[in-house]
Design a protein around this ligand. Structure first.
Ligand code: ZN
Length: 726
């Protein structure tokens, strides 16, 4: 058994939360840890004692504690019947198993049964010391930021001890409270969960947690006593390095703003402190009562809803109510829904809220290819963009569908009941289903079966609009019926969807209809003749959008099954920023089967017809003849000038300008042609390095590597059909 840490990635940053291990078969669990911890960064050492309180009538059964093999266990004492310091309490014999294989976690096994009187509480004191020295390694990824990898580190650059470090004795499945006293060298501050007491080295964690994370560094500490409108008092704090200390108020203000927004929705904040803590390696980790962010992230003002807002929602969802990954992961979907998406609705920004819904459909449609889907319930943790699209975005939109299904009042009432009922405990999808079902007072099994247990998403085709005289004409003059034909690809979903009839240039009429069949003629009475009908104009329904209907962008190139890079003619006297791009692509694809790799072509070889699939053309018209293909697909959107280029007629000229632009290959539906062009090679140096961060837009114009213009060609996400004329 080992502890599980969930790493997840959103908007380029990682947002992990704790998850709970499998339930234990034996009844003994740790209820409470009373830890004293001395950290010696210069020698990578810790010296510790942990008095653990066991419940479950600690038993005749074998107790096997996890503890890092690098830590030397000096003694175990039975302190059930004595008061501190218990120096003379009886010792308990133990052995360490797992002598086979270094990588296996080794257990501390007590060689004699410990039994409380009448099967009651047992207290054991562990005294141990040792070295934890696993310096963070920077993982290399082409497309996104991931956390540096470490199982824990004590060193002069900082201390990070997580559940993976196994730095204190633990029993699998325990949810415990903690009392910790941490001593650090002069000038250092330690931070952990819960809140500091009058002695700042003493921390109390009264809420049950699966694991305790401790960090320490030379922090500048700033704190604020803050009272929410609900009356709850919370200590807000920042622990930042001197270079970033001036950002403290920005983070404290944003923390207060999000707590004020989410307390009314989720109930009392589960802890007495919320802290933003700077990390000595790259991370975006959410712990109960604090978030641990790398310096790069802190510097970038990480206070957006998808960033700090997301971390704060995890205080309830994930770090207050726990998730059991072996039973699926609802925590990321709900957190994403409430922070990344719903915050915009909450502050009344409907434009941004709609944009977020659009991005969620787009993310799914780009990264989850038809046939590659898996059910939301199967998502456990994120390894790639596809997992993100299903486990975060699709799952978030499942909550949006649920809200539409049960209505506002029921949805928000049931949501608040989740922390009310499960704080300090685990909840699974089935618990959510029960909670919402009880609040709604009706069966929702079909809803959860459809949305989380089935792979895929609704895929609708709006294919016809005709008119007929109103059925059983009731005397209304001019009254007619519109007949709209809608097909569902694959197994049909039971879903509501909005239709918008365009009556005149200015006026529209909207109706909400229910779909449930593979082919349906939906009949809508209208007072006047419509010109056209549109499907789901505000994008409230989560569904698959065909690749050919999305705006062209680099990410369509990236996710195309067939990709070709066309390199410009080599010119030896110039620096070549393109070589670096190709090198990175090749390195990242090295482990893929040959058929899935990118084809690399030289401009000189490209005299014949261009291959099918998506093309990435590097360089301008002088150096890469296939640029003429780009011009053909882009039509009058792109034009080269003497000193630069023009996008949709707007001219950009000068040695510092560069362009990334994609157009549809209408002869290969779903594929694109993407151009990366710099007026000079120097204009591309920075762009080339960050190229894949600009994947969501049809065009991006750069000046000295900084974005000066960007935009999308129209998407066809909202299907529209005009009236059939006979
Ligand atoms: Zn998250």
């Amino acid at each position: 058994m080992h502890r599980l840490i969930r790493f997840s990635l959103l908007a380029g940053c990682l947002v992990p939360a704790l998850a709970v291990a499998e339930p234990v078969s034996h009844p003994s669990t740790i209820e409470h840890h009373q830890l004293t911890l001395e950290l010696l960064p210069d020698s990578h050492q810790l010296i510790a004692t942990d008095r653990v309180t066991l419940s479950g009538g600690a038993s005749d059964q074998e107790l096997a504690f996890s503890l890092a093999p690098a830590l030397q266990l000096d003694r175990v004492q039975d302190v059930t019947h004595c008061q501190d310091p218990c120096e003379s309490a009886p010792e308990v014999a133990f052995e360490r198993d797992g002598s086979t294989g270094q990588s296996e976690p080794r257990r501390v096994i007590l060689k004699q049964p410990v039994t409380g009187q009448g099967g009651g509480v047992v207290r054991l004191k562990f005294s141990y010391h040792g070295v934890i020295d696993d310096p963070p390694r920077d993982p290399r990824h082409l497309r996104f930021v991931t956390p540096s990898e470490t199982s824990g580190h004590i060193g002069p650059e900082g201390v990070y001890l997580s559940s993976e470090s196994q730095w204190y004795p633990d029993l699998d499945g325990s949810l415990a409270t903690y009392d910790v006293t941490i001593s650090v060298p002069e000038g250092w501050t330690a931070v952990t969960q819960g809140a500091p007491q009058s002695d700042p080295a003493h921390w109390v964690v009264p809420t049950k947690s699966e694991a305790l994370t401790v960090v320490a560094n030379r922090f500048v500490v700033k704190s604020r006593s803050w009272t929410a409108k609900s009356g709850q008092s919370i200590r807000l704090a920042t622990y930042l390095f001197p270079d970033e200390a001036s950002l403290a108020d920005e983070y404290l203000d944003a923390s207060a703003r999000y707590l004020e927004a989410y307390i009314p929705l989720l109930g009392p904040y589960p802890f007495s402190q919320f802290a933003v803590v700077e990390n000595f390696f790259s991370s975006g980790l959410g712990m109960p009562s604090f978030t641990l962010l790398g310096s790069g992230v802190i510097k970038r003002h990480y206070t957006q809803p998808y960033a700090l807002g997301h971390e704060i929602v995890h205080s309830w969802i994930g770090n207050g109510v726990f998730n059991r990954m072996s039973h699926g992961n609802w925590v990321e979907g709900l957190t994403t829904y409430l922070s990344n998406y719903y915050y915009h609705e909450l502050v009344g920004d409907e434009m941004q809220a709609r944009e977020q819904r659009r991005l969620m459909l787009m993310g799914y449609s780009v990264y989850v290819r038809p046939g590659d889907e898996y059910p939301v319930k199967q998502f456990a943790q994120k390894r790639d963009e596809k997992d993100n699209a299903i486990g975060y975005q699709q799952a978030a939109m499942v909550f949006h569908a649920l809200r539409q299904e049960v209505g506002e009042a029921v949805f928000w009432r049931a949501l608040k009941q989740i922390p009310e009922q499960y704080l300090g405990a685990v909840a699974d999808w089935s618990d959510l289903e029960r909670t919402f079902q009880e609040a709604a007072g009706r069966d929702l099994r079909w809803f959860f079966a459809q949305w989380i247990e089935r792979a895929g998403a609704p895929d609708l085709v709006l294919s016809g609009l005709r008119l007929q005289p109103l059925h059983g004409n009731s005397g209304q003059a001019n009254a007619i019926e519109a007949v709209v034909h809608i097909a569902q690809q694959g197994l049909p979903y039971r879903i509501p969807v909005e239709l918008e009839f365009i009556l005149t240039e200015e006026r529209t009429h909207r109706v909400r209809i229910q779909l449930s069949k593979a082919q349906e003629d939906v009949i809508v009475p209208l007072a006047e003749r419509p010109m056209a009908v549109r499907l789901d104009p505000d994008i409230h329904l989560f569904r698959r959008v065909a690749r050919s209907e999305l705006s062209p962008m680099l990410n369509l190139y990236v996710t195309d099954a067939q990709r070709t890079v066309v390199l410009p003619r080599a010119s030896s006297d110039q620096p070549n920023p393109f070589a670096d791009i190709v090198q990175r692509i090749t390195a990242q694809e090295a482990s893929k089967p040959a058929a899935e790799r990118t084809t690399v072509r030289q401009a000189e070889e490209s005299a014949g017809p261009m291959p099918a699939g998506s093309l990435l053309v590097l360089g301008g018209p002088g150096e890469n003849s296939p640029v003429t293909e780009v011009l053909r697909y882009c039509g009058d959107r792109l034009r080269f000038t003497d000193k630069g280029f023009a996008v949709e007629g707007k001219v950009y000229e000068g040695a510092t300008m560069a362009l990334l632009l994609s157009c549809r290959r209408d002869d290969h539906p779903g594929s694109v042609v993407t151009l990366l062009y710099g007026v000079t090679p120097q204009a591309l140096t920075r762009v080339a390095r960050l190229l894949f961060f600009y994947g969501w837009q049809s065009y991006v114009v750069f000046h000295e590597g900084a974005v000066v213009a960007r935009g999308d060609w129209e998407d066809r996400m909202i299907a529209e059909v005009r009236i059939e004329t006979r």
